[in-house]
Design a protein around this ligand. Structure first.
Ligand code: UMP
Length: 166
């Protein structure tokens, strides 16, 4: 899967947000890493994969996909902060839904990878995080085109939100 188009769209959105919020001179890396952690937890909550005490099923696919691509936004944005955006090319794995237990495992792996990147600041650590999050998406049953379409849609919403003083 070629992420160049999404990286370009993310760069435009980030610039739009930073100009609008007067943040051009500030480093936003720490806050973006935290935002990604928070999105990850929101995604886990929608899948309900860890809620052993509840019989209620997961949220609708579209809601889970939207949460997932919120995470993609921050993943791309973090890559741009590091200057790694030209360097990523990842084969998209086959989309096969995994068990709740495997999802829990996948969420922990991504949390760990975020903290590892924050410590190491290397391309290798970023690639590990990227691959892991993409793997998590495939494990949720999303194809490359699901992610592409949902990302493009949400990116547009994010532009509109800035225009509306979100
Ligand atoms: O620099 C930024 C800041 C935010 N977002 C996007 C990512 C998510 O799609 C959305 C998160 O907004 P909340 O709904 O969590 O407020 O904002 C970016 O793409 N870049």
């Amino acid at each position: 899967m070629n992420f160049s188009k999404l990286f370009r769209m993310q760069k435009d959105l980030d610039k739009y947000i930073e100009d609008k919020q007067g943040l051009v001179e500030e480093s936003l890396l720490e806050r973006k890493l935290m935002a990604f952690q928070v999105e990850l937890a929101e995604l886990a909550n929608e899948t309900r994969c860890f809620k052993f005490w509840s019989e209620k099923g997961p949220s609708e696919e579209t809601i889970i996909l939207e949460e997932y691509v919120d995470g993609i936004h921050f993943l791309l944005s973090i890559g741009i902060e590091y200057g790694f955006d030209e360097l990523i090319n990842i084969d998209y794995p086959e989309a096969i839904k995994v068990s709740k237990e495997d999802l829990v495992e996948g969420f922990f792996a991504t949390m760990k990878d975020i903290l590892y990147l924050r410590e190491e600041n290397t391309l290798a650590a970023y690639e590990q995080l990227f691959r892991g999050y993409i793997q998590l998406g495939a494990g949720l049953g999303f194809s490359a085109s699901d992610i592409n379409q949902a990302y493009v849609r949400k990116n547009e919403v994010n532009h509109e939100r800035q225009d509306q003083g979100y």
